[in-house]
Design a binder for this molecule. Structure first.
Ligand code: UD1
Ligand code: UDP
Length: 454
């Protein structure tokens, strides 16, 4: 399915100029000459605005976790623009629409106060090759039209790798936020996206020391690597108070009076867990068993919802419609509901006794919240969430999940030790580095480590 259309917010006006997302037949500055021999290509890396005091950045989002990561970066660019002594940064947002349901996309623009994207590419779902190719096909004319100094991509989804590849081929510098993470498991589509994106990036912004080590081992020059911290944690810290006002617990009947806000929160969407019947059935079996001990609630990802039907596993769940229909919570059943927005989810995570998940970002977030996290995987690209944080790998074996859950319920929360640089200022550091390296301005005392300087 391919949806939507390409739009651009013109000159700060509220009027959307919705244009065709089809690429033009003759791109204005694509050229077959080698970079060094071509005047246009030589000009491209700096874009039209890559002169002292001016810079243009295309920020890319596509899927749910990307919105959480981009929000603080967009705010940090705005903050630079509020300082007249520093040159203007033109920061544009491109949404590929890899995710397009309101609950997977629009809800995050609202909760995270992200302004409407300047371009929406209407890519939608598809096989890996189709989705990746379609993002590239639709992103290329945007890059050619805007001639940015930098294309900034976050995370490890198909849109990340596709836009990095498109930009690099047009000679535009790529900044990768959350670089260097490795699960060392190439059966994970995200691992391939991480490796490809890092290989193409000029700025590698890392969240934890394992990422610095991985990049060093792979031969990335240290001067490209900036240890800045975790933008997901920037969002979490910025939104935590707002999330306390969420009424999700009351709407779900998970009030302290009824259950002592005592429940297990689950998310599940990794293809290795949900696209085959055996691991999915084993996980659901463990969760249904756990639900005899405390309510087990699962905001269900669309991929998983489809597999539950396809594999006829719906007997494990009570399907819920949150808005309008009362939530059914009963022993022996997993309480299923639609994915919720960021603030509701943050509230749900903060109050949970235990989180069981195969999400990448949620391992980081539970570490910051101090909530025990059982990671339903055999590996993680985020080892700091195990060494400093609250995450334990439990895989997909039924008994291992259950004993992990019981251990977490018995032990409760432990004292918080946040990984270095997870302090809410990662986005500012990223923007500092980009402004300094691209325009020559030094916006503030840069406070980041280059790889190896920790
Ligand atoms: C993608 C990312 C994954 C990330 C996850 C976050 C890749 C390879 N995977 O996985 O790294 O952890 O997003 O949630 O980029 N669908 C809808 N509505 C939507 C979006 C998707 O119904 O708004 C359904 C479609 O049937 C689609 C399926 O979900 O085929 C999977 O979507 P897709 O974006 O391909 O992968 P995710 O599993 O969401
Ligand atoms: N999230 C959310 N609502 C949900 C499930 C997740 O807001 O119903 C948030 C979560 O807090 C985190 C992000 O979505 O910020 C993680 O996305 P996901 O698990 O889809 O992707 P991953 O991190 O695995 O790539």
């Amino acid at each position: 399915m391919f949806i939507g259309s390409l739009s651009k917010l013109l000159g700060g006006s509220n009027l959307l100029d919705r244009r065709s997302h089809e690429p033009r037949a003759t791109p204005s500055y694509m050229c077959s000459q080698p970079k060094a021999a071509c005047g246009e290509h030589q000009q491209t890396p700096k874009g039209e605005s890559g002169v002292h005091g001016k810079m243009k950045v295309l920020n890319v989002v596509g899927a749910r976790p990307n919105f959480v990561k981009i929000a603080p970066i967009l705010r940090a660019f705005e903050a630079v623009n509020a300082r007249p002594e520093i040159g203007r940064v033109e920061s544009l947002l491109v949404h590929t629409e890899q995710h397009y349901d309101d609950a997977m996309s629009a809800a995050f623009f609202t909760d995270l106060q992200i302004q409407p994207s300047h371009y929406t590419l209407g890519v939608g779902s598809g096989s890996h090759a189709v989705q990746t190719a379609e993002v590239m096909r639709r992103f290329e004319p945007v890059v050619m039209e805007e001639r940015p100094d930098v294309v900034l991509v976050v995370g490890d989804v198909n849109s990340t790798a596709a836009c990095a590849l498109t930009a690099a081929k047009l000679g535009v510098r790529v900044a990768h936020v959350e670089a260097g993470l490795r699960s060392f498991d190439r059966s994970m589509p995200e691992e391939i996206n991480r490796i490809v994106t890092d290989a193409l990036s000029d700025f590698l912004f890392t969240t934890e020391s394992s990422a610095n080590e991985n990049l060093q081992r792979e031969g990335h020059p240290p001067e490209k690597v900036f240890f800045v911290g975790n933008v997901m944690i920037d969002s979490l810290l910025a939104c935590r108070r707002m999330a306390e006002r969420s009424t999700i617990l009351e709407r779900m009947g998970l009030t302290p009076k009824r259950y002592g806000a005592d429940y297990a929160l689950v998310t599940l969407h990794r293809p290795s867990n949900v696209d085959a019947v055996e691991p999915l059935a084993a996980i659901l079996d463990a969760l249904a068993q756990l639900s005899w001990e405390l309510p087990v609630v699962l905001p269900v990802h669309p991929r998983t919802r489809a597999r539950l039907q396809e594999f006829k596993l719906t007997h494990y769940v009570d399907p819920l419609v949150l808005n309008g229909t009362p939530v059914v919570i009963r022993p022996g059943r997993i309480s299923l509901f639609e994915p919720v927005g960021y603030l509701d989810f943050l509230r749900l995570m903060s109050a949970a006794r235990v989180v069981l998940t195969d999400s990448g970002g949620i391992q980081d977030e539970t570490t910051c919240l101090g909530v025990p996290c059982l990671t339903l995987r055999e590996n993680t690209e985020r080892p700091v969430t195990m060494t400093s944080g609250t995450s334990t790998l439990v895989g997909t074996d039924r008994d291992r999940i259950l004993s992990g859950a019981r251990g977490a319920l018995d032990n409760g929360r432990s004292a918080l030790t946040l990984p270095p640089m997870w302090d809410g200022h990662a986005a500012e550091r990223i923007v500092d580095v980009l402004v300094e390296k691209v325009t020559g301005d030094v916006p503030r005392q840069a406070f980041y480590h280059t790889a190896g300087s920790e």
